[in-house]
Design a binder for this molecule. Structure first.
Ligand SMILES: Cc1cc2nc3c(=O)[nH]c(=O)nc-3n(C[C@H](O)[C@H](O)[C@H](O)COP(=O)(O)OP(=O)(O)OC[C@H]3O[C@@H](n4cnc5c(N)ncnc54)[C@H](O)[C@@H]3O)c2cc1C
Length: 873
């Protein structure tokens, strides 16, 4: 039997693309290239083996119902979890259709590792829920043991930076009651005697991590779901999705077609794993994921390995999973192999392992557990898995088709159940969701970086320049070799980004400081062309605006209002500005011709698709007769902010910019350097300033005129990192950070955006009223620190010696010269969080295990009376 070391040595000697093991004693389990039939996997039993002979015969395992409330497509980990949760939520008549047998896709051969700590509060919550279901609830419900093994998890740090990352996780874990310990190399050796700790900086030990068994978990999920009235039908491939167009022209799911008949249903959940793209295509829905081969090898018996925790050696990009008295060794390669064919008849199958690709893990594995050098390989497990452009799953209703939901793209993190807020798949702009090169490049980068340290300011390098703004070519950035540089020879952007890889203040701290102070002291120009820019017009636009927006936007034409959009739970789907338009018969890029009411909406760029999908869904549900027009690509947006902005703009705009003629929160069509633009007096940084929304071809000449005039006023270019710092200093919220779909505007201190004093109904109003009547169970609080210490979010918030929350967003404020942090706090007793409760506490913020004294603020410490936005300096 070949050992891991022999496999590695063999690599150097053998020709590419050939297993070093072949001809050297390691018995190939199946020979031949491409997908193979099933192989032995390291489990006692797969669901296939558990089938009796009659069930194995072709044909659906049960007769198909004529109708179903929901049809879940795919019986892997995600399909079973979805069906179980639907049943538990009380949804009756849900049906799961599996092409082959349960688990036959990717799930049957998963490694099943469950690590509770991740650098994301949402993921930590999901994982805690999964662990609860798998380790306790399912067994209580069904009497079946899911196969859960709580052997613990150990993260390896080979550098101080890596250990810092773990310490961040440890602090976050305290918020969710997840026990974890930072261990020294000596303590690690005592816990895991077979481990080499010579090159260790330290480790993070999480005793309640463990290992899931795919077959056991899916059997229990299916059993629990069917006991609650759901149906599981195997051997029943879905071959088509029927779509109907309703009286308002909206496309909706109508039925699912199979080889054995069809089922009428208004709702489908696509849990088809690597086949999700093909299932999406049946319905005209773009599913941005790619299939790749992902692998581990299983060793022979290792004396002394029993009961050891699972190990993640991030720096070596390797994991070691306890497999009885052996280990499974797997990892993330820099050069994964894409599975191009995604064949339909692949079931309980595996690929032959490509040792050229896998070998990079062996050195790291042997270094960590040296006994592996002399340990044989019992089997290889290389199967298909789906990966997405940002390594996060695709969940929620697809933007293109009502009733078509996604539950796929789990990037080897199938432990996350379907509990995230709705709409998280809407993070990709629709121009990119079927751009195969972009999906592929981004997914590849995300896969290769899966074990990299997660730095707060990291950016992907792949897939750049797919969408560019009107000022793209004149701004001095270099996205990996654009602008006269030959592609990928000059990596200036990558180099600059590399300097940001730090949990301290990075070198760019001073660059951002200059931009921020220039904005506060003179003026800064921001290119915000990536903002989403929509028009909402038509006979019912007024009614739609009343219902959609939490604030009263029914003001006279020329007014602009900052508002939120909520969901029915009162959660904040978006914050945006809405400008009321005067009707006009002539269409232009700055306003369409319309009858009835008209509004111009400006939303943050990263959330543009999310906003678009949310508004369209609400318009369809309420059957409002109005149009939503997307002008994001036709219009650019340049914003000038700061005390000198009026003097600069007065020379460029043909308009009176005095407070009387152009007050705060208003907008006008005006000429700028001869070009017609929409000037909006607003500020996202807390200064006197105007946004200029201009047709794309006008943006560059307008920007150049501003820079020419601005030179004598100290006008500087400033970027998004400056916006982040300036806006947190002013106490403005950032949607997706300190404001999300699971936060209500009352909790977020945005009650002023809610027309609760009026009697006008709006989406989310009932939930807000209930929340107000019952008292807020959590509240967003701002903190400043005396000590100049960098914070980025995820730090634990302590009040009077108890953890009460964690930081959602943090940054440095250069004018107040302090670190600022915002987070939601709860009362540990479970009661409402009153203002007195906030004010009366003594606070510290815990960063990497160290606590710092913090001061709570209910109003922004910078310009609390909002004088500057009104031009009062
Ligand atoms: C080697 C390896 C190791 C892994 N290790 C881990 C780990 O340690 N931890 C972790 O959390 N995750 C891990 N994963 C990932 C995890 O296994 C997957 O994310 C998960 O199993 C995917 O589940 P799924 O339900 O999305 O897909 P699948 O299990 O592939 O299920 C999709 C199902 O849809 C069915 N289907 C497809 N088309 C149709 C159709 N037209 N009609 C009806 N049914 C259809 C398929 O037959 C299949 O059963 C690993 C993956 C691999 C490959």
């Amino acid at each position: 039997m070949a050992s891991l070391r022999r496999a590695l040595r063999g690599m150097a000697a053998t020709c590419p693309r050939r297993s070093p093991a072949l001809g050297r004693g390691l018995r190939p389990l199946v020979s031949g290239a491409g997908p193979t039939s099933e192989k032995s996997v390291p489990y006692q039993r797969t669901l296939k083996e558990a089938q009796d002979a009659s069930a194995a015969a072709r044909g659906p395992s049960q007769p198909l119902p004529g109708t179903a409330s929901v049809v879940v497509i795919g019986g892997g980990s995600l399909g079973c979890q979805t069906l179980y949760h639907l049943a538990k939520l009380g949804v009756s008549g849900a049906v799961l259709l599996e092409r082959e047998r349960l688990t036959s896709g990717t799930t049957w051969h998963t490694a099943g590792l469950l690590w509770q700590l991740r650098p994301s509060d949402v993921e930590v919550e999901l994982l805690a829920h999964t662990r609860q279901v798998v380790s306790r609830e399912l067994e209580e419900e069904t009497g079946l043991h899911t196969g859960w093994i709580q052997n613990g998890g150990l993260f390896i740090a080979s550098s101080r930076q890596r250990l810092d990352e773990y310490k961040r996780l440890m602090s976050l874990g305290k918020v969710y009651g997840i026990e974890s310990h930072v261990l020294s190399p000596g303590e690690t050796k005592a816990l895991y005697p077979l481990m080499n700790v010579e090159d260790l900086y330290g480790t993070l030990y999480v005793p309640h991590d463990g290992t899931m068994d795919p077959a056991g978990t899916c059997t229990s999920l299916a059993r629990a779901a069917t006991a609650r009235g759901a149906q599981v039908i195997e051997n029943c491939p879905v071959t088509g999705i029927h779509v109907r167009t309703d009286d308002f022209g909206v496309r909706r799911v109508a039925a699912v077609e199979t080889e054995h008949g069809s089922i009428q249903t208004p709702c489908v959940v696509n849990c088809a794993g690597v086949w999700a793209h093909a299932v999406g295509r049946m319905a005209g829905v773009k599913v941005p994921l790619v299939a790749m081969r992902h692998a581990y090898v299983v060793t022979e018996r290792i004396e002394g390995i029993q009961n050891m925790p699972n190990v993640r050696d991030h720096d070596a990009s390797v994991y070691l999973r306890l497999q009885g008295d052996a280990l499974s060794v797997g990892g993330y390669e820099t050069n994964p192999i894409f599975w191009e064919e995604v064949s339909d008849d692949f079931a309980f199958g595996l690929f032959d392992l490509d040792w050229d690709v896998f070998t990079q893990h062996i050195e790291g594995a042997i270094n960590r557990v040296p006994v592996l050098e002399k340990t044989g390989i019992k089997s290889t497990v290389c199967g298909p898995e789906s990966f997405t452009p940002d390594h996060k799953p695709l969940m929620g209703e697809a933007p293109e088709l009502r009733g078509f939901f996604l539950g796929c793209g789990f990037n080897s993190a199938a432990e996350c159940l379907l509990l995230t807020p709705p709409g998280v798949h809407r993070r990709f702009h629709r121009s990119l969701t079927d751009h195969s090169r972009w999906i592929r490049e981004r997914s590849h980068e995300a896969y290769a970086k899966n074990y990299s340290v997660v730095f707060p300011h990291d950016e992907p390098l792949a897939g750049r320049n797919m969408r560019t703004g009107p000022l793209h070519e004149v701004l001095p950035y270099d996205f990996c070799g654009a602008y006269g540089h030959r592609g990928h020879e000059d990596h200036a952007y990558g180099r600059l980004l590399g300097q940001e890889y730090s949990f301290s203040f990075p070198p760019h701290h001073d660059v951002i400081k200059k931009e921020c102070l220039a904005c506060r002291g003179a003026a800064a120009v921001f290119d915000m062309s990536y903002f989403g820019k929509f028009f909402l017009v038509g006979p019912d636009a007024g009614k739609a605006a009343d219902w959609l927006f939490s604030a009263d936007v029914s003001r006279p034409p020329g007014s602009t209002v900052y508002t939120c959009m909520l969901n029915h739970r009162g959660g904040t789907e978006s914050d945006l500005t809405v400008s009321r338009l005067a009707p006009g018969p002539e269409a232009s890029p700055l306003a369409p011709a319309f009858e009835g009411d008209g509004y111009y909406l400006a939303v943050s760029g990263a959330a543009a698709q999310h906003n678009w999908s949310h508004i369209r869904t609400v318009l369809q549900d309420r059957k409002f007769r109005c149009q939503l027009i997307d002008s994001s690509e036709d219009l650019g947006l340049v914003s000038v902010q700061g005390p000198a902005s009026r003097a600069i703009l007065q020379e460029v705009l043909e308009a009176d910019l005095s407070d009387d003629a152009f007050p705060f929160s208003t907008h006008k069509l005006v000429r700028a350097a001869g070009h017609l633009v929409r000037a909006v007096r607003l500020s996202f940084v807390g200064e006197l300033g105007w946004e200029l929304h201009a047709p794309r071809p006008s943006c560059l000449p307008v920007y150049q005129a501003l820079m020419t005039v601005g030179a004598k006023h100290g006008l500087v270019n400033a970027g998004y990192r400056a916006i982040d710092s300036l806006s947190i200093e002013k106490g403005f919220r950032h949607w997706h950070a300190d404001l999300r779909a699971d936060d209500s505007p009352l909790e977020a201190g945005l009650a002023f955006t809610c027309k609760l004093k009026s009697s006008v109904p709006f989406l989310g109003r009932e939930a807000l009223e209930k929340q107000r009547a019952e008292g807020l169970r959590r509240r967003l609080v701002g903190f400043t620190l005396d000590e100049k210490v960098p914070m980025f979010g995820l730090e634990a918030i302590w009040r009077n010696g108890q953890v009460v929350g964690h930081v959602r967003r943090a940054d440095f404020g250069f004018t107040i010269d302090k670190t600022l942090a915002y987070g939601y706090i709860r009362d540990p007793s479970g009661g409402p969080v009153s203002l007195d409760f906030v004010k009366s506490g003594d606070y510290t913020l815990e960063r990497m295990g160290v606590t710092y004294t913090a001061h709570a603020h209910l109003k922004s410490p910078f310009d609390p009376d909002n004088k500057r936005v009104k031009g009062v300096y």
